[in-house]
Design a protein around this ligand. Structure first.
Ligand code: URA
Length: 258
């Protein structure tokens, strides 16, 4: 009996979370205290967060900030390296900085970033627990999609970031991120909803790899809110992979209207 009640509660909880991603705002759920969250059965990883932070700082300060490898250096206000937990289990990779990111020097702080924050919170995490960065570190003019040569110039920085952090999972946000990480031309519609592998060597099949789960970019979800359910299904796959529990109580967090 107790088991059946628990099963019903769990099913309702999942439904409320899914509804919330679809824009239902009247059933807020919450982030449980850290002790209730995450790492179900996963042994703690032996990672040196301070050493990772230092390696990332050196990469940013000695290579990325002064980078002039492509034309985007002419139009940027500043580079946007990425930010978050240097020992994150989960890394989100987007496309390129937009207007707000270029002004602030931080990844995903504009409207798409606000939706990403709500997605992260819906997963029972915080922005501080994950790492967030982009394939391209400079804003393309008018937010156009980065060109192939810009991605080629910039992707060694992303590869180095991921080599330092070595997350358990990468969520690729949108087509440019997924295609770059997976070295493929397949569409995001085909790639999403399945785990793939990112090879740290840059050569498919060669050496250690990190699982990648592609999903839709939050900017696309803002334009096509009817697709939020698919992204939420993807994020639930990510949560299951990481052994994360969904939030259990009222946080008052809303994902906004669908
Ligand atoms: N879109 C991205 O891909 N990255 C950002 O940082 C902001 C918007």
């Amino acid at each position: 009996m107790v088991e059946a009640v628990e099963q019903i509660r769990a099913a309702l909880r999942q439904q409320f979370l899914s509804d919330r991603l679809l824009g239902v705002t009247s059933l807020p759920v919450s982030i449980p205290p850290p002790a209730h969250r995450g790492r179900r059965g996963a042994p703690p990883r032996a990672v040196d967060a301070a050493a990772n932070a230092e390696r990332l700082r050196v990469l940013d300060e000695t290579q990325v900030r002064g980078c002039r490898k492509c034309g985007l250096c002419e139009t940027r206000t500043q580079t946007v390296f990425g930010q978050g937990n240097p020992a994150a289990r989960l890394v989100f990779v987007g496309e390129a900085p937009g207007f707000d990111e270029d002004k602030q020097g931080l990844a995903f702080v504009g409207p798409a970033g606000q939706l990403l924050t709500r997605m992260i919170i819906a997963m029972g995490l915080s922005r501080e627990e994950v790492y967030i960065c982009n394939v391209v570190k400079c804003r393309p003019p008018e937010n156009r999609t980065p060109l192939a040569d810009e991605i080629l110039s910039c992707s060694p920085y992303l590869r180095e970031q991921l080599s330092v952090i070595q997350p358990e999972l990468i969520v690729a946000l949108g087509a440019p991120a997924a295609k770059t990480l997976l070295n493929t031309t397949q569409s995001i519609g085909k790639l999403r909803g399945q785990f793939h592998e990112f090879y740290l060597s840059g050569v498919t099949g060669d050496g250690p790899s990190i699982p990648v789960l592609p999903t839709y970019h939050p900017a696309y979800l803002l334009r096509s809110p009817e697709e939020k359910g698919k992204s939420w299904a993807d994020l639930q796959m990510a949560m299951a992979r990481l052994g994360l529990m969904p939030p259990q109580r009222d946080s008052g967090v809303s994902l906004g209207k669908a």
